[in-house]
Design a protein around this ligand. Structure first.
Ligand SMILES: [Fe+2]
Length: 387
């Protein structure tokens, strides 16, 4: 996140001696993106960060995709996706391409080991559930509606206070507030639908000093590796910089409405490499006396559109229920089904809550998602006489 945060103790200058009470040196780590050209933070550890006692390859992390078949609108029901295990183990990718994967996770257990994605940003949208993310940057408590933005290289462990249901976005690119919301210094501008007050960095450091065996699952190079450390991985006494995990609650998104229908970029929340994330939140509808509140038909000529339906009524969609995911692929128009436009006329507001991801390249469907598919969805526009 592009503003400066400092937590815990840091020395007055970078790269100078910083000593513990026993006289030993804290170990400095510069963690930055784009080879010292991107955002970075400097962390001070009790232990030498590269200490790894044992490594073990624990298998592929690649997603198996199915043949897409004929171009068509598709939908997947995730309401009854099996729950169980911890957040990382429970994750199931539904859709993906080289730029991003979209999945669901329904964990019922806290994580007993740590996890670090070395090659991708991850955003965990907590649709349901509450808990605490323990990271080397500190504790990040979360609850329903929170987007948890986890930069590459963040080591974390999720403690659950209640079973969770997460929509998970993973991308080998930075996931950040859109550039058009920010000035040249990175500050969020007046027209942005949220501001720095809505961004929650970690709250408190957890500077562990204990030794022992600690497992970290590291995702890199298409594999998962188990690292056994001889010290607690969350051993940071202080850090400062621009790179850290943060939370933003979808309910803090202040929707922008208009006299006539506002297009999806109005709802944009994050930008990633070749995709965007949008939040559809409860809001007033358009106020022109002849306004049509639901969207017009649209062809996403250069993008696939994915919607995860969280809560409320979804006025422009038939055949969709809570927790469903729809995929409206590039090359095929979509819009309200028969009768939906007429039913929307005169409506003053919507209570819908949904997360949308538009990708600039086609998405594939994971083999593991095929059993969730609602094949009847593509026929939901066929009712009536076709007008
Ligand atoms: Fe759309």
């Amino acid at each position: 996140m592009a503003y400066y945060v400092k937590m815990g103790e840091v020395p007055p200058k970078r790269h100078i001696q910083f000593r513990k009470a026993d006289g030993g040196l804290y170990r400095e780590e510069v963690m930055g993106l784009e080879g010292f050209s991107g955002i970075q933070s400097i962390l001070y550890h009790h232990f030498l960060p590269p200490r790894v006692v044992r490594t073990e390859d624990i298998g592929s992390s690649e997603v198996a995709y199915a043949d897409f078949g004929p171009l068509r609108h598709r939908a997947f029901a995730t309401a009854d996706l099996p729950a169980g295990g911890d957040a990382v183990a429970a994750r199931r990718v539904i859709l993906g391409n080289a730029d991003v994967t979209l999945g669901l996770s329904r964990p019922t257990e806290s994580m007993r080991t740590f996890y670090r994605n070395a090659v991708a940003y991850e955003v965990w949208f907590a649709h349901e559930g509450a808990g605490v993310m323990h990271t080397q940057f500190g504790r990040l408590p979360f609850g329903p509606g929170d987007y948890l933005v986890l930069p590459y290289g963040t080591t974390w462990r999720m403690d659950l206070q209640e079973p969770g249901r997460f929509f998970v976005i993973e991308a080998p690119s930075e996931i950040e507030p859109p550039a058009r919301y920010r000035n040249r210094f990175g500050q969020l501008l007046e027209h942005a639908p949220y501001c720095e007050r809505d961004i929650r960095p970690p709250e408190a450091l957890e500077a562990h000093t204990e030794g022992g065996e600690f497992d970290v699952r590291v995702k890199a190079r298409g594999r998962m590796t188990r690292h056994v450390l001889d010290h607690h991985p969350l051993d940071v006494v202080g850090w400062d910089g621009y790179l850290y995990p943060w939370a933003f609650n979808i309910r803090d998104y202040m929707p922008i409405t208009g006299m006539i229908h506002q297009p999806p970029p109005t709802h944009q929340t994050f930008a990633g490499g070749n995709f965007v994330v949008c939040s559809f939140v409860p809001r007033l509808f358009d106020y022109h006396p002849q306004a049509i509140p639901v969207p017009y038909n649209h062809s996403n000529v250069n993008s696939d559109e994915v919607m995860y339906y969280c809560d409320g009524s979804f006025m422009s969609r038939k055949g969709i229920e809570q927790f469903d995911i729809s995929l409206h692929p590039s090359g095929l128009p979509h819009g309200p089904q028969p009768g939906v436009t007429e039913a929307s006329l005169g409506k003053a507001r919507t209570e819908e809550l949904a997360v949308m991801v538009d990708t600039f390249h086609p998405l594939q469907v994971a083999v593991a998602a095929l059993e969730l598919e609602k094949p009847e969805y593509m026929a939901s526009w066929l009712e009536g006489d076709g007008r």
